[in-house]
Design a protein around this ligand. Structure first.
Ligand code: PMV
Length: 320
């Protein structure tokens, strides 16, 4: 049996603006997807019970197509990613078991972590040498193919390399200290494709308004790197609040997200809070004041969010 794990992620700054060339900053968090591979003569099985979703598993045909789908869309999606890796590596006669602590369809990089961990576990099991760089680029190609063209390299790069990554012209790993954040998830599913299309449409209608907003977001992303480096947390929190306002301005905020953002900021518990990822649903992040993590979690939970503490800058893919 071979097992590998890979982390989920949050985008700290720069979502949407990055689609038009501004820098974005993301980080790996201490929630992981785990994939184990064992020999199974005569069949190939994908078991996604460990995702905590309603469906128990799938079989796939010799071309790597998922042939028995069921009721849970997320479970089907997870199996599709694993199946694409099986096909890419030409694997057969294996049982692949997936489990994960990363909430699915929330913008926390669950699918990228599953693809990266599957590539690492399966290639290792088959005796194929894949270094982290080739895992990152292959995972990005696979995620893009399964998502029909969508998918920035951010999620797969963070799942592979861990740490912090800035995306602008290319993918740049940054050496920055860890932070303690709180993630708050709305129960509203997250549709990156629809949100990106809506923002790009707004930009083509009002370029003279949206371009400066993107430019300001880019300035925030760059400045945030220095704040994290020097642990200037008050300023980092202010930058999160400004970035959230700019994301509201381009229409990707929702009432549910803002309720969690304001709950976290309430009574000065969080130094800053913003939505993370594409918006329209999904999650927000808060930077709690020192010693206020559990109060921030309680405040977000009372606003009907699912809240948990995360550490940033965590390690990338690991064969276990
Ligand atoms: O939905 P997420 O967390 O994968 O983030 C999408 C980020 C966008 O900037 C909106 C899109 C992109 O491809 O960078």
């Amino acid at each position: 049996m071979t097992a590998a794990s890979a982390p989920g992620k949050v985008i700290l700054f720069g979502e949407h603006a990055v689609v038009s060339g501004a820098p974005a900053l993301g980080t790996a968090i201490d929630l992981r997807a785990r994939v184990s591979v064992e020999d199974l003569p005569g069949r190939t099985e994908i078991d996604v019970r460990g995702l905590g979703l309603r469906l128990s598993g799938f079989s796939i045909d010799s071309d790597g197509r998922v042939v028995s789908l069921g009721s849970s869309e997320e479970a089907a999606a997870a199996a599709r990613y694993v199946s694409a890796v099986v096909k890419t590596l030409g694997a057969r006669d294996v049982r692949i078991t997936v489990s994960s602590d990363i909430p699915v369809a929330s913008g926390l990089g669950s699918s990228a972590a599953i693809v990266v961990a599957t590539l690492a576990a399966l290639s290792h099991h088959m005796g194929i040498a894949m270094d982290v760089r080739s895992i990152a680029s292959e995972a990005h190609r696979i995620e893009k193919a399964v998502q029909r063209g969508l998918g920035s390299p951010m999620d797969t790069a963070l799942a592979a390399y861990g740490g912090y990554i800035q995306i602008s012209d290319g993918v740049t790993p940054l050496d920055l200290p860890p932070l303690d954040l709180v993630v708050g998830c709305t129960s509203v599913p997250h549709d990156t494709r629809a949100e990106v299309a809506r923002v790009q449409e707004l930009k083509s209608r009002y370029p003279e308004i949206v371009d400066p907003i993107f430019k300001a977001i880019g300035v925030i992303s760059r400045r945030a790197v220095m704040c994290i480096k020097n642990l200037e947390l008050d300023e980092l929190g202010r930058l999160m609040n400004i970035n959230h306002g700019l994301l509201e301005a381009i229409g990707v905020g929702t009432r549910e997200l803002s309720e969690l953002v304001y709950a976290a900021r309430g009574a000065g518990m969080a130094l800053g809070a913003k939505l993370t990822g594409a918006g329209g649903g999904g999650c927000m992040i808060a930077l709690p004041r020192e010693g206020e993590t559990s109060k921030t979690i309680t405040a977000i939970s009372q606003a009907r969010g699912r809240a948990f503490a995360v550490k940033t800058g965590c390690g990338g893919v690991a064969v276990e």
